[in-house]
Design a protein around this ligand. Sequence first.
Ligand code: 5AD
Ligand code: SF4
Length: 448
Amino acid sequence: MNTQKHLYIETFGCQMNDRDSEIMAQLMAKENFAPTSDIACADAIIVNTCSIRGKAEQKAYSLLGALRKQKKENPNLLIAVTGCVAQQEGKKMLVRMPHVNLVVGPQNIYQLPALFEKAGRRSKGLVVTELSKEFMIPPFLPTMERGLPHKRFVTIMQGCNNFCTYCIVPYTRGREVSRKCEEILQEIIHLVAGGVKEITLLGQNVNSYGNDQPQEQRTTFPELLRLVAEIKGIERLRFTTSNPKDLSEELMRCFADIDTLCPHFHLPVQSGSNKVLKKMNRKYTIENYLEKVEKLRKYSPDITLTTDIIVGFPGEEDEDFQATMDLIEKVRYHSAFSFKYSSRPPAKSCEFEETVTEEEKIKRLAILQDRQNVITKERNEEYVGQLMELMIEGESKMDGQWCGRSKTNHTVNFESKDTFIPGQLVMVKIKSTCQNSLLGELLVKNEK
Ligand code: 5AD
Ligand code: SF4
């Protein structure tokens, strides 16, 4: 008898969620649930949600709403909601979406197979959203069954202690918990032995890695980076995300010393106005921030800088927005993600009076994005004529072209009749630019 079942996972939000989805897929594979990309034929569906902004949450709800019909047609279908909306809504999710079987918070996904089992035997939905201070991320060695992709994320810590006033993450992911250094190294050794070439260390605020450990056992983030870099077989090493307030000179030095550490830094600034930064509880000033950017560029002159910016935060006046515009001129980010402020209870800022109208937020966002697009294009043009080493991602959407990623995190397409495998390294010379990518010419096929 064929008992093979199919699991469909839809993932919204950040890389933490991507990583959690990967873990859930593997846990469920052990229970005979094969992954499927066809939601209509799934026996179980996981909607892994994000609640960072109102829009992200709405997306999850509209998918869940649409699943009502499928559940009616197939009452045996199991639907689970995981991720940050699950954590935040808990039982309320079942009131709004009674066809959901399971609501599981980010700290509880490790028990997923047992929870699915239990939920399948109940008529009413099951909610497991405990957030504990004592939580430890369980050791988790990814399976190697079907060969690994060439790049993988490795969680080094979970949660956040910063309480930026706009941010819901401390409420959905709990307090900072660092994984043990040995466990992280073991996982990476295992991945690299399976053929993984690029590792991205993942955490909400990687710079405070180890701060929750007793002093005498503590490994700092720069120390961890150096240990990881010693593992043979890693071609490229990256990390994300950092709060500028915790960016230390010791970390900057890593960019000068570690060959495999890719020269790309995502350093979310959020606003160019000290008044707004203070109200956001970011704990740095623009002067501190610019000083750090300057120093970082001394250690790594070729580093690409990217950022996140919020427009229309409560109390943001014209002059504050102008300060953000001035900042992007000063830093000339290679690219920036920008968002309209969205009130996210129970984050503290939901108590602040919203002084910027929706219309004004839309206007400010458009002004910012238009200008940043020009800067990004100009930045891209600086690479024309330069040589870049690419790690192949796969075939490009354009016929006859291949797509790779540079160490600086640029997407680069190039023409070739040859066949490449993901993870392979090639050298190209940059010929021209598009808005979001570069176009290169293949130089040598590197067999590494
Ligand atoms: N409103 C708008 N943008 C937000 N972000 C986080 N919370 C909010 C919010 N309430 C943005 C920040 C953060 C990125 C991941 O999402 O810029 O760095
Ligand atoms: Fe979204 Fe933040 Fe949760 Fe990631 S941690 S899924 S960005 S709310």
